[in-house]
Design a protein around this ligand. Structure first.
Ligand code: 3HC
Length: 689
């Protein structure tokens, strides 16, 4: 074995040069890997005793792509295209031996080999679109030539990988081999080296482009299909243009088009935001200050208190990954309703072909119902998911304290209440934690994990790991009203309400936020959540627009009326009644109405979110600015191509953010706009969050 670099080894087995990449954790194409492969292939080509080459990876995966952490710095030679050209032009057959995931530049590497073999669990994908990019090393030109244009379009625009079986079926790989991948790949290379015929090169394969050349509408169809999901994103369209170029231009021209569009995306703000977010998401799972030897509490059984929309959704998360879960309700009727809704949800998924009938039964079989908290005595984790009322929650935790086994984790799904107060009624506040799921809990990826004053490290560590197991992205936050997500949202809603009183229409406010990239505006979101959430009917005295809407029975989507009117398919329609009500409320509150520009609406809704984020950081409620961004992208639909509120503030410039906050403070004389000291200090020093 000879080291080509400290990340790549070279040895010869029966005349086949085996180039082995070993760059943990995911064998990314860092400089030492590119250089090692380049030197290895050169050595193999120069050695007359070598008759073929295998590219193989140690560790958990084949090359998972370019090294994203190198993107910000000046690229060092050899660049990936030069390495891949050497492979592509090799006179000796080259075989890629794939296990794990061949992604991005990793898949592009295999496409410059003459042959690809893989173990049955291998996956193949071009996920660059998730980084706001396109495959920049020939992927958009070669993939359609091997799997066909339609499949290639689906892979580059979704970023989703395909499995080995599909890869074989589509022609992406030549063979699925056994678990002794290295030996099988060498044997495969020997068999190909023995042939007299030339070895195939993907670039020469025009056949799979022909049907799209004859049927160019395919591109318009795909654009239409993905339009709603990819609104605001540049990369999906750029990926489509590259595949179009693969069909309409000669290979070398197509490569130039790909390079040009790749560089454009790489230089733009969207890709920067999405690359930032890639690392932000991974960082969020790490908790500073917890000893890495801290033991985890095994979580094999879960109890959920409350079988409503939230509790049911939470329970589905467990059943989806095979964890048995018991739901406790207060009446048989409520329990039947809850379990029935879960079954209906699963059956709906099955009817769309995304779940088998057998899976529906397995998952439903993992969920049992009970009417007595005593049924949770043996659960490792118990999640309370009843409505937001402190007295009710305290009563439940008092009773749980007497029922749950001594090492059980006791969690509350509260979205805004004081977790420390809830924990205080138990004799074991160290076992109490907040697990704030977002509605619909079986769909939304975010889990805000709330660390109470006394929550013990093993409890935090176990919940962070558990989140990953149930496929959530977790962010650890501290206790304050609304935690990170809702606390910031309160600020946006406060300003949205004010601008509406000052003369902007509900629809104008929502359109501005929608155009910024949110899936819906502040008022549509309030209607979705329910205007009666936290509203006290007995105490309501028409003091706010929300009070008046609720007093009129307009609770939001659930009553088909809130800030908007809703039809039977829950489509919003502007309400003249609400417009009049707001106008009237403004008059009785002494507020003069005026025309308000879209720019002012955006500033007034978004700047307070940034300012509140800064306060949250200052108070240590969030560990990092990037955690706030993770909460916002996964919990509140902040467009990932703008990175999250804190990244957005950085990209705008903290000095500009500060100047605008001061502008609104001077204009309104309202302390609401007082900039956070952290923001002031960072802006003054020219620093970023
Ligand atoms: N570059 C640099 N670091 C990477 C990386 C990459 N391409 N992919 C993963 N990592 C790092 C992660 O940041 C993480 O680091 P950490 O432990 O310090 O937090 C570590 O590897 C493990 O990653 P995950 O936690 O994501 O591990 P999983 O096992 O859950 O997933 C994976 C593995 C499926 C490979 C996933 O990491 C992934 O999807 N990676 C990104 C793949 C990708 O986007 N490739 C395309 C890159 S762009 C490109 O190739 C451009 C080309 O066309 C020119």
């Amino acid at each position: 074995m000879v080291a080509m670099t400290d990340r790549v080894d070279f040895d010869v087995d029966q005349g086949i040069a085996v180039i082995t990449v070993n760059n943990p954790p995911v064998n990314a194409l860092s400089h030492a890997v590119r250089e090692g492969i380049y030197n290895g292939v050169k050595k193999a080509l120069d050695d007359d005793s070598v008759i073929g080459v295998v590219i193989f990876c140690e560790g958990r995966t084949f090359i998972a792509g370019a090294d994203i952490s190198e993107f910000g710095s000046a690229p060092k030679e050899p660049h990936l295209p030069a390495v891949l050209s050497l492979l592509d032009e090799s006179t000796k057959p080259i075989v890629a031996a794939v296990h794990g995931t061949a992604l991005g530049g990793g898949l592009e590497t295999t496409l410059c080999c003459n042959y690809r073999v893989a173990v049955s669990g291998a996956k193949f994908g071009l996920p660059e679109v998730h980084l706001g990019l396109l495959p920049g090393a020939g992927g958009t030109q070669r993939l359609p030539r091997i799997v066909g244009v339609e499949k290639a379009l689906s892979m580059v625009t979704s970023g989703a990988p395909i499995g080995a079986a599909e890869a074989l079926e589509t022609g992406l790989i030549n063979m699925i081999v056994g678990e002794d991948l290295r030996s099988d790949a060498v044997a495969f290379a020997l068999s190909k080296a023995a042939l007299d015929t030339p070895h195939p090169r993907v670039r020469d394969n025009q056949k799979k482009l022909q049907s799209a050349a004859a049927n160019p509408e395919i591109f318009a169809t795909v654009r239409k299909m993905i339009a709603r999901k990819t609104r605001g994103f540049l990369a999906p369209e750029y990926n489509i243009r590259c595949v179009e170029a693969a069909v309409s231009q000669p290979f070398d021209e197509g490569i130039k088009t790909e390079g040009k569009l790749f560089r454009e995306l790489m230089a733009g703000p969207q890709s920067k935001a999405q690359q930032y977010f890639f690392f932000a998401e991974r960082q969020a799972s790490k908790v500073d200050g917890i000893d890495k030897n801290t033991a985890e509490i095994p979580i094999n059984t879960v109890g959920v208190i409350g079988g409503g929309l939230m509790g049911g959704g939470i329970a589905m998360n467990m059943a989806n990954v095979g964890i048995p879960v018991t739901i406790v309700e207060t009446s048989q009727a409520a329990l039947d309703r809850g379990l029935g809704t879960i079954r209906k949800n699963y059956e709906n998924t099955a009817s769309k072909g995304r779940l088998s009938a057998e899976d529906v039964e397995t998952r439903c079989g993992l969920i049992t119902g009970a009417l007595d908290l005593g049924a949770l005595a043996d659960c490792d984790l118990i999640i309370e998911a009843v409505f937001e009322n402190m007295a009710v929650k305290k009563d439940i935790f008092t009773r749980l304290d007497g029922i749950a086994k001594s090492d059980a984790i006791l969690a509350s799904n509260t979205s805004a209440l004081d977790l420390n107060e809830i924990a205080s009624v138990t004799g074991r506040p160290e076992s109490v934690i907040g697990l704030h799921f977002f509605s619909p809990a079986n769909v939304m990826k975010l889990l805000e994990i709330v660390r109470g004053e006394k929550t013990a490290d093993p409890v935090i560590k176990s919940c962070m790991a558990f989140a990953k197991r149930i496929k959530k992205v977790a962010a650890l936050v501290g206790v304050c009203p609304g935690f990170v997500g809702n606390r910031i949202l309160f600020m946006r809603q406060h300003q949205a309400n004010l601008v509406a009183l000052e003369g902007a229409s509900v629809e104008q406010v929502d359109k501005v936020l929608f155009d910024f990239g949110f899936p819906m505006g502040a008022f549509q979101m309030a209607d979705l959540a329910g205007l009666d959430l936290g509203w006290d009917k007995a105490a309501s005295a028409s003091a706010t627009v929300r009070d008046r809407l609720c007093e009129a029975g307009r609770y939001g989507q659930k009553t088909s009326a809130g800030f908007y009117d809703y039809d039977e398919r829950r489509r919003p329609d502007p309400s003249a009644l609400v417009a009049d009500l707001i106008k009237d409320h403004a008059a009785t509150s002494g507020i003069d109405q005026r025309d308000i520009s879209d720019e002012e609406i955006l500033d007034r809704c978004v700047l307070p979110m940034i300012n509140e984020g800064a306060k949250i950081l200052e108070e240590g409620i969030a560990m990092r600015a990037s955690d706030i961004d993770v909460v916002y992208v996964y919990g509140y639909g902040w467009p990932v191509y703008r990175g999250g509120p804190m990244h957005y503030a950085n990209s705008v410039g903290l000095d500009k953010v500060l100047a605008k906050l001061r502008h609104y403070q001077a204009l309104t004389g309202d302390d609401f706009w007082e900039p956070s000291p952290l923001l002031v200090s960072l802006a003054d020093k020219g620093q970023r969050f």
